[in-house]
Design a protein. Structure first.
Length: 247
């Protein structure tokens, strides 16, 4: 069996972004340092609440979550993440040894792996490497490509090339770069409001823009695919496809 050197491991994992949610400061630093030493980019936080304020420059690929967190539990957090980001990798870590907790993590929390504390740092690295390869493969296969220069959106199977209007391009870029791929309706309207005049995008105009873009995207999706842009009650809109932006 070939053993990778630390440099090779770092190169293999340099694009994998990991969120570590662990309330034990000593353990959090220990795990974080080990993952960083193996080439992962790590964002470590102490609670589920802290995740709401976390801003990352790139999408998160993997989550490592302690089951017994203060406030919202790791199980609840895992379930929320899986619901919002069905393709990410999730690893639950815990000192609880019961079969019930393990089964709940898989069935209700949507976890990919369940590791008991004290965890083996080497095992965690291997688990994340394997999950990372799966996540990256899925992202590549299921990603749309958007050329900003040409305003062309290409479907994952490359069979459809959609020419976008300027507003459609701006909207997709904004949604793809937003946290949870979600933006408030008011924020979106502001994107199309001129600062040099009193021109204003009304709620009706925004709804028409969304409807036209949905129809355009639907024509390039499989019949059973979920809507590429969905309405979020009381907030605005969420992008439900992954887009690679080409500058």
């Amino acid at each position: 069996m070939t053993t990778l050197s630390p440099i090779q491991i770092a190169r293999e994992n340099q694009t994998l972004n990991v969120v570590l949610v662990e309330d034990d400061l000593h353990l959090r630093r220990e795990i974080s340092d080990h993952l960083i030493g193996n080439g992962f980019k790590v964002f470590d936080i102490a609670s589920a609440a802290a995740l709401e304020d976390l801003v990352t420059p790139d999408p998160i690929d993997l989550y490592v979550i302690d089951l017994n967190l203060p406030g919202e539990s790791g199980l609840s957090l895992s379930k929320r993440i899986r619901s919002s980001f069905p393709l990410v990798g999730i690893v639950i870590i815990t000192a609880k040894l019961s079969l019930g907790d393990k089964l709940a993590s898989y069935s209700h929390g949507g976890a990919d792996f369940y590791l008991n504390k004290p965890i083996s740092p080497e095992e965690l690295v291997l688990v994340l490497q394997n999950l990372g390869r799966r996540v990256k493969k899925i992202n590549i296969e299921d990603s749309w490509s958007l050329s900003l220069r040409d305003r062309i959106l290409v479907s994952p199977d490359s069979k459809h090339k959609l020419r976008l209007t300027g507003r459609e391009k701006t909207l997709l870029v904004a949604l793809s770069q937003a946290k949870d791929n979600t933006l408030e309706s008011g924020y979106i309207s502001d994107l199309f409001t001129s600062s040099e005049s009193e021109d204003f995008m009304s709620k009706h105009a925004l709804e028409e823009l969304i409807a036209r873009l949905r129809r355009k995207l639907k024509g390039a999706q499989s019949p059973d695919a979920e809507a590429a842009i969905k309405s979020v009650w009381g907030i605005g809109y969420q992008l439900c496809i992954h887009i690679n932006i080409e500058y």
